[in-house]
Design a protein around this ligand. Structure first.
Ligand SMILES: Nc1ncnc2c1ncn2[C@@H]1O[C@H](COP(=O)(O)OP(=O)(O)OP(=O)(O)O)[C@@H](O)[C@H]1O
Length: 254
């Protein structure tokens, strides 16, 4: 569905991404993992066209995304980025309603269907009780959930999440992961929590120094050796007795 072909990206003579190639298949939950500065956000920004690559191509259903209109792209790809925008005095409800913009003709009013989708999205992201609050006055975690509600209201086929659980308490971390896992869409998420990645992702892409180091299922990728080479930690690997998913524990040799 989405293909990243030989993408490189440089800024001010510094090469940040090096010849990255991978495919994202429809309906999969794909995790992008890697140490700080390894290029995860930059890669995602190129996919959602916030940055333009220096060379290579990203295609969606075999069309170069460069040629897809902004409106069409927003119907295909929704994003919850790391940065929360400064959005003046919008209420939460107004902000989530903005998620409907890609479906509107210029200056068209919101209709009953839009309001119903907004209600449902706020309910799913657990922000309904905040609907009349001003966005700028919310906590970091509340803002994150509002941005998720807006992305859900966009009803895109691909949801890109850049560190979605950052700022969230433990309950909301799992709530968010359960929620997005249950959506019938494709998810691409940069994640730092490797246990969340192991528990929820179908496939993992491992980035190291701006290159794709490895890809595969969590079982294939999250080995003691990879964790040592990529993240420079000692890791033990076991199974969560409740979910039967991989469970990692970390230690350093002191
Ligand atoms: N605008 C910029 N100008 C210069 N360097 C940049 C710019 N944006 C990113 N970089 C550099 O590119 C590299 C990759 O950054 P990126 O944010 O993609 O990494 P990341 O894997 O998402 O990191 P983190 O886990 O810390 O969020 C870093 O070394 C960063 O300093």
């Amino acid at each position: 569905m989405l293909q990243v072909k030989d993408i490189s990206f440089s800024i001010a003579d510094k090469q940040i991404l090096h010849n990255i190639t991978f495919s994202i298949h429809q309906g999969k939950f794909v995790g992008l993992i890697g140490p700080n500065g390894s290029g995860k956000s930059t890669m995602l920004k190129i996919i959602y066209r916030h940055l333009k690559q220096t060379s290579g191509m990203v295609t969606l259903y075999e069309d170069d995304i460069i040629h897809i209109s902004q409106k069409k792209l927003a119907q295909e790809i929704a994003v919850v980025s790391q940065e929360t925008p400064v959005l003046f005095d919008f209420t939460v409800k107004d902000l989530v309603l903005m998620g409907r913009t890609p479906y509107k003709k210029w200056l068209a009013n919101d209709n009953q269907e839009d309001f119903a989708i907004v209600e449902e999205s706020m309910h799913l992201a657990n922000v309904q009780h905040l609907e009349n609050r001003t966005f700028n006055q919310l906590s970091g975690g509340e803002k994150k959930r509002v941005m998720l509600a807006r992305a859900l209201a966009q009803q895109a086929k691909i949801l890109i999440l850049d560190e979605p659980t950052n700022h969230l308490d433990i309950e909301h971390q799992y709530q968010l992961m359960d929620l997005v896992k249950g959506l019938p869409i494709t998810i691409v998420a940069a994640l730092h929590d490797l246990n969340l990645a192991a528990g929820y992702c179908d496939e993992l892409l491992v980035m190291k120094d701006g290159a794709l180091y490895m890809e595969g299922t969590p079982e294939e990728v999250l080995t003691e050796e990879t964790l040592k080479r990529v993240f420079h930690v000692q890791a033990g690997i076991s199974k969560n007795p409740f979910t039967k998913k991989l469970h990692l524990f970390f230690y350093t040799k002191q």
